[in-house]
Design a protein around this ligand. Structure first.
Ligand code: NI
Length: 290
């Protein structure tokens, strides 16, 4: 039942995110997503994205390294206020500590992605440790939220062709990097982070930020407000990569026409995950950054 409700919920968000865009264009040519420098496309069809090729003013906000006990709930409040969906690349050990926040992320319509168990550099790991880092997060997220991640962001964006192939072919995950990095983890000041997010945005952009920093949370509201005023719409990673491609000859403006329906918010149905029955092994806490 819960999966059915979740399916309905996801279908609803796909509908409201895509509808105006789908209506806005017809007969366009296929344009591929922009691939990572490694550029491999697995036979499974899974890919590595740093942005998506589209002329529609759609972007994805992504937040790494949480959940954080204070900052993530504050961010969720702000996203709800603006009716914006985002993607959270969570660290497994933080989900273990704050499973109710992971549940809130999902129940409010955001996408949750894998950011490994303890935030190591995947390129440096032996296969056994690599498997532990990638596999256990998916298990934990699914147990707590009822949702299995479809994508992973490797910590530090660290990737080589071997790691990329494993993530695609063995784990069935899209790999998500970014096209805009405001370096919010260096704490340059909230207004500077806001400015960097706005300046980096363009159709199909994937914006990186970290929901573990208070400054970042402060920066997000003004960035969303200004980007919305420019005509941008916000979607999850899965929504962004499902966008119909567009061509430069498309008659539609890079900005949406006035009066298109907004993404809306607050109506997602919770999958009602059962936390209490799930036990995971205790792990040594590792420092988390970027
Ligand atoms: Ni990170």
């Amino acid at each position: 039942m819960k999966h059915f409700i979740l399916f309905l919920g996801l279908g609803y968000f796909g509908y409201v995110f895509l509808t105006p865009v789908v209506f806005a264009q017809t007969g366009v040519s296929q344009m591929p997503p922009q691939l990572s420098p490694f550029g491999e496309t697995a036979s499974s069809g899974l890919k590595t994205f740093s942005s998506v090729s589209t002329h529609f003013p759609a972007i994805a906000l992504t937040f790494d390294d949480g959940p954080h006990p204070e900052n993530t709930p504050r961010l969720l409040d702000i996203l709800k206020q603006y009716g914006v969906r985002a993607t959270f690349f969570v660290v497994g050990r933080n989900v273990e500590k704050y499973p109710h926040i992971a549940q809130r992320i999902v129940s409010e319509g955001h996408q949750i992605g894998n950011h490994t168990m303890t935030h190591p550099d995947l390129v440096k790991l032996k296969r056994k440790k690599f498997d532990d880092e990638v596999k256990e997060v998916n298990t934990i997220i699914e147990a707590y939220t009822g949702v299995r991640p479809t994508c992973i962001r490797p910590p530090y964006g660290s990737l080589n062709s071997k790691v990329e192939a494993l993530l695609h072919n063995v784990y069935g995950l899209n790999v998500v990097l970014w096209s805009v990095d405001p370096k919010d983890w260096k704490k340059p000041g909230a207004s500077e982070v806001t400015q960097r997010l706005i300046e980096g945005a363009k159709p199909g952009a994937i914006l990186l930020a970290h929901d573990i920093h208070a400054q970042t949370i402060e920066a997000v509201g003004p960035a969303i407000a200004q980007l919305k005023a420019q005509g941008y719409r916000f979607g999850t990673i899965d929504q962004l990569i499902s966008l119909p491609p567009s061509s430069p000859s498309s008659p539609s403006s890079p900005l949406l026409p006035v009066g298109v329906r907004d993404v809306g918010g607050g109506t997602f149905v919770s999958p009602s995950a059962n936390v209490s029955g799930y036990k995971v092994p205790v792990r040594r806490a590792l420092p988390v950054s970027n």
